[in-house]
Design a protein around this ligand. Structure first.
Ligand code: ZN
Length: 384
């Protein structure tokens, strides 16, 4: 057994309202945390800490739970900077750009994809992320979707089968057959490598009927449900997610009052990805409206080469505060405990006894600095 005392923490964000100031962030000041064999063994006032094997002095800096990025597309080859530049020059975004990345990913070897994935995971850790969900969805053939999920499984347990990302080129004139493949043979082959199933419900991607067939098939294979919903316009995605008991509806940019009420009633988490709105120059999701209605809000990067090529939760937090109406405290909660809730995890995203010892340190005295100092590399993984 090895125990380490992280001491002289200026502000400790536990995301446990039972401790400290009683707020959702559960703030403790002049605090310390003991990690023993990878788990949180003790937390409290600096000076009250038990004896440990090692001690790390934090010099008054802020410590938060490692970020939980509950929505990423990290396994892919190629990049689409020309598409981004065109969009910034005034061309609109349509869902079909995904096919460009599919073509590049299919021709990449496992070793090439693994190298790219490992570099991206390292990039997230340099910015304070300790838990990642990773989707497939750039293979869109049975053997390629399995390949992407296997590679994702090498770096996380939170893998999501997204065969229903877009209808691939070869099925363009027969999308119904592709839905049959995704809900049948492809799901059968991919389910052992996935914890979740997701569908991109949008004009140009999949409609509600197709999504229902695929999600219900996923549930029969014991996969949890997630939905890309209401990104580019109003649509049926959020209602479907809530009706089927999905853990999370992601994007939630264009919502009716009915959609907001459905999320509030169902407990489906609204995962906001303002990096996508930034990168597509689109209107931002109204996080304030969701929070005021009692909806649980998570923040994620949606890291992907087309519409949100950022892996930075600090950037996402700053955007959510500036553009989605979240307070700095709400944004930090949503990028940690909120992401964990979107993955139905209680052992990450919070610093509580027994949880994974995933600590992120800020080169700052408090959590507000994440939004207050946008673009400054304050966050990094301390433990976990
Ligand atoms: Zn996405």
């Amino acid at each position: 057994m090895t125990s380490v005392l992280y001491d002289a923490i200026g502000e400790l964000v536990t995301c446990d309202r039972a401790v400290g100031d009683g707020s959702p962030l559960g703030l403790l000041h002049d605090a310390a945390v003991v990690i023993e064999d990878g788990r949180v063994a003790w937390l409290g006032r600096s000076g009250d800490a038990p004896a440990t094997d090692d001690r790390v002095e934090l010099g008054g800096r802020c410590v938060i739970p490692g970020f939980v990025d509950s929505h990423t597309h990290l396994v892919f080859a190629g990049q689409r900077s020309a598409e981004f530049a065109a969009r910034m020059a005034g061309e609109p975004y349509a869902a079909g750009g995904i096919r460009t990345t599919v073509a590049a990913t299919r021709t990449a070897t496992d070793s090439e994809l693994r190298t790219l994935l490992d570099a991206r995971v390292a990039e997230t850790r340099r910015q304070g992320t300790t838990t990642l969900e990773i989707k497939s969805g750039y293979g869109l053939r049975v053997e390629d979707e399995i390949r992407l999920l296997r590679l994702a499984r090498e770096v996380t347990d939170e893998t999501t089968f997204l065969g229903a990302h877009v209808v691939p080129e070869e099925y363009r004139h027969d999308p119904e057959s592709y839905v049959g493949l995704v809900a049948g043979e492809m799901l059968e082959a991919c389910a052992p490598h996935a914890r979740w199933i997701d569908v991109f419900v949008e004009d140009g991607a999949f409609d509600a009927d197709a999504a229902r067939v695929i999600l219900e098939a996923g549930r029969r294979h014991d996969l949890g449900l997630r939905v890309h919903a209401n990104q580019l316009g109003p649509g049926p995605g959020v209602q479907l997610a809530c009706e089927l008991g999905a853990a999370s509806a992601d994007h939630c940019t264009h919502l009716t009052d009915h959609d907001v009420a459905a999320m509030s009633d169902s407990g489906t988490v609204a995962t906001l990805v303002p990096g996508a709105e930034f990168s597509t120059r689109s209107p931002y999701a109204d996080g304030r409206r969701l929070l005021d209605a009692g909806v649980t809000v998570a923040l994620a990067s949606d890291c992907n080469p087309g519409t949100s090529f950022t892996s930075s939760l600090p950037f996402v937090i700053a955007l959510a505060v500036r553009e989605c109406g979240l307070t700095p405290a709400e944004a930090v909660w949503s990028a940690t405990a909120g992401g964990a809730t979107a993955l139905r995890r209680h052992d990450v995203g919070r610093i509580t006894v027994g949880a994974h010892g995933h600590l992120t340190v800020l080169d700052a005295p408090d959590h507000v600095h994440l939004a207050y100092r946008p673009g400054v590399p304050l966050a990094s993984v301390l433990a976990g």
